[in-house]
Each structure stands twice: as C-alpha cells, then as structure tokens.
Design a protein around this ligand. Structure first.
Ligand SMILES: Cc1cc2nc3c(=O)[nH]c(=O)nc-3n(C[C@H](O)[C@H](O)[C@H](O)COP(=O)(O)OP(=O)(O)OC[C@H]3O[C@@H](n4cnc5c(N)ncnc54)[C@H](O)[C@@H]3O)c2cc1C
Ligand code: FES
Length: 349
C-alpha cells in the first residue's frame, strides 16, 4: 500500500517530455496541460480560451497517452478526434508524448504563466449580477492589461477563466469582475460560499488580447461579463505616458439599464471622464426603458454608428459572449476594412 502511494505521488510530480515532431521539446509538469507546459516553457502554441471551446489550440498527437479533461469540449469535431487531433488546453500527458503543431510567434508569452496560491480578500457588487472579487497572492501580480487567469476554487476540480480588471502591481492584488451564472458551479461558489481567507489556485497570466503600445485611438468593447479586461486595458492606457494623447472609447452593452453602471463607480476612472468616452447601451426594446436616455441597440450597431471615421486609426479590443464578439468582428473586418492585426479579443465561452 505504502509503495503504491509513494509511486503514485511520484507519478503526480513527474515531468513529462513533450517533443514537437517538427523539432524541439518542452517539459510538462505536475498534471499540467500540454498548452500550459508549452507556454510556461516560452513555446508559442496558439490558443485563446483555455476552456476547450474555441479550438485554437488543436494539435496532432503523434504518439503517447494523454488524459482529456473535457472529452465533450466543443472546440473539436468528432472527425478531428478520429484523425488524432487533441485540444492542448484540455489534455494532460500521462507520459512522454510527441505532438505536431505550427509555432505561432504571436503566442510566445511576454509573461510566462505560473501557478500560485491566492487568498480571497473581499467581494462587492458592481451591478445586480456582476461583482468585483479581490484576491491576493504573495509576490507581485504580474500580467498585462487585458489578460486572464485560471482559478481553481475550493471544492472544485475544474478551473475557470477570469480576466483581471485591475493593473499589474507589486502588492499581489488580483481583481476580477464576475457575472453570476444561474446554476453555475464556479459562480455559485464565488457568490455564495467564499469567505475571507479562503485559498484557491491561480494560474496565469494567459491571453494574447493584451494592451498594445501602438499610439492609435483605443476602442474597448464589452458585453455582460466582458467588462473586466476592458477596464484593465482602459486603466493601462490611462497609465501609459506614451498613450497620453490617445483617445479612448469604452463601449459597454447590457440588456437593460440595471445591467449598466456609471463611471463614478470606479473612483480611479472618474477624473478621466473628459478623455475617456464611456458609452453604455441597452439592447432590450421594451416599454420598461422609458426614462433611459442613453444609447439603444446592440453594441456592434452602436460602434458602427458612433465611431465615424475613426475605424482606420484605432486599435480595437473586445471581450464578452461569442455572438457579440463575432458581430463586432464582422462589422470591423467586413464593413469597415479594419486589419485583423488591430483587433484583439477574448470570447467568454
Ligand atoms: C478567456 C475567458 C475569460 C473569461 N473571463 C470572465 C470574466 O472576466 N468574468 C466572467 O464573469 N466570466 C468570465 N469568463 C467565463 C467564466 O470562465 C465561466 O465560464 C463562467 O463564470 C461560468 O462558470 P460556472 O462554473 O459558474 O458555470 P458552469 O458550471 O460552467 O455552467 C455554465 C452554464 O451551463 C449550465 N450547466 C452547467 N452544468 C450543466 C448540465 N449538466 N446540464 C445543463 N446545463 C448545465 C449552467 O446552468 C450554466 O448556465 C471567461 C471565460 C473565458 C473563456
Ligand atoms: S479550445 Fe483550447 S484554447 Fe480554446
């Protein structure tokens, strides 16, 4: 029994070598997915959601065995599975493996993701169903504005992606703005069961939709739960001296007025109200909207209507539900001719 336990403990700590068929290799440690192993080693493996749904991290498993954390994940079609494709963000190697994929220079992380323990500090409401959650780690909170972390909450074996809303800092403060999902496992714990001092695992940072230093106008577009990374990007832009003359627009779409907030809610942003164009909009066509004097309609329509001739001279960032991101991408690429390199987004599956 003792021998069995110690050999399984050794297996848990095993480092598996992942060889790339096209050349090179990297280690994958302690139950890490192939994607996390690659990024921790500075290898440019393409990805987006880390949740098994976008399909960006597809690689071919040439040899070796993996444990698939989410066999029903929507990012891979059954035929692709049959042809040996796997989702690197959901597959944990069980021994040495060989995989085949094209390296993506854009995906080489500027900050390698790392696993830390995080302590829950507090939560406070922003709207009726979005709350801000503050965690603390020892050491600094290192990330780029716009990035997200994977949280493993107490009592959960799966991780969930949540974007940071604050700025990197040496105090180890990580803030998230999270929307309550009815019947959701992680949001159920966050909204109902977290107590000060509760410990969870935080792995990050991830995402390629971070603030670029191009001195073009900045347009941030968020729907629902997509608020956090857009606030981080706005904060990052306001803090960068090189971007001091750049115009910033923040579009935020909700269904009804109660889904929205005013800029006064964020004390650090209020003084920038003249430079920061905040445009909240409601999409619900309802008599209950009597008294709402702001923008109406879907957020992509508002962007199309209000950005005038600024499309060619702006950098676009967006986050939120996949249909919203797709609608804005269609507007930008097909109708306005914006180059894809100037569009940065995370879809919240
Ligand atoms: C890159 C990225 C960044 C993100 N950033 C944020 C962020 O900043 N803020 C934010 O709020 N969210 C964010 N998300 C979404 C977040 O990761 C979670 O998906 C979300 O909080 C829901 O998690 P949950 O565990 O509460 O819900 P889940 O338990 O995953 O449930 C999701 C939905 O499925 C339903 N469901 C669950 N189990 C079943 C079942 N057995 N049968 C039928 N239906 C079922 C639930 O009722 C619910 O409607 C992000 C996602 C991604 C990919
Ligand atoms: S499916 Fe793996 S990163 Fe989205």
């Amino acid at each position: 029994m003792q021998a069995e336990q110690s050999s399984s403990a050794l297996l848990d700590l095993a480092v598996h070598a992942i060889t790339r068929k096209e050349g090179g290799s990297f280690p994958c440690e302690q139950g890490d997915t192939i994607l996390s192993g690659a990024l921790r080693a500075g290898v440019g493996m393409a990805y987006e959601c880390n949740a098994g749904e976008c399909g960006s991290c597809k690689v071919t498993l040439v040899s070796g065995e993996v444990h698939d954390l989410k066999p029903e994940a929507g990012g891979l079609r059954p035929r692709e599975r049959e042809r040996g494709k796997i989702l690197a963000c959901q597959c944990v190697p069980q021994g040495p493996c060989t995989v085949s994929f094209r390296e993506d220079a854009e995906a080489v992380p500027r900050i390698s993701p790392a696993i830390r323990q995080a302590w829950f500090v507090r939560s406070e409401p922003i709207t009726h169903d979005i709350w801000e959650f503050t965690f603390q780690t020892s050491g600094s909170a290192e990330f780029l504005p716009g990035q997200y972390a994977l949280l493993k909450l107490p009592g959960m074996s799966e991780r969930r992606s949540y974007s940071m809303s604050n700025l990197p800092n040496s105090d180890g403060i990580w803030q998230f703005q999270i929307r309550r999902v009815p019947g959701g496992a992680a949001t159920g714990i966050l909204f109902e069961r977290m107590a000060e001092g509760d410990v969870c695992t935080l792995d990050g940072p991830y995402s390629n939709a971070y603030l670029r230093d191009a001195t073009r106008g900045i347009v941030c577009i968020a729907g629902g739960s997509g608020l956090a990374p857009m606030l981080s990007i706005v904060r990052g832009a306001l803090a960068q001296p090189a971007l001091k003359d750049v115009d910033i627009h923040l579009f935020y779409g909700g269904r009804q007025p109660r889904d929205l907030f005013t800029l006064d809610r964020f004390v650090d942003l209020a003084p920038h109200a003249r430079r920061l164009n905040f445009i909240p909009a409601v999409s619900c066509e309802d008599d209950a909207l009597d008294g709402w004097s702001g923008e109406r309609g879907y957020i992509h329509d508002c962007v199309g209507r209000l950005m005038g001739d600024r499309f060619q001279n702006s950098e676009f960032y967006m986050a939120g539900p996949p249909p919203m991101v797709e609608a804005v991408r269609r507007l930008l690429i097909l109708e306005k001719g914006v180059a894809t390199e100037r569009i940065h987004y995370d879809r919240f599956f």
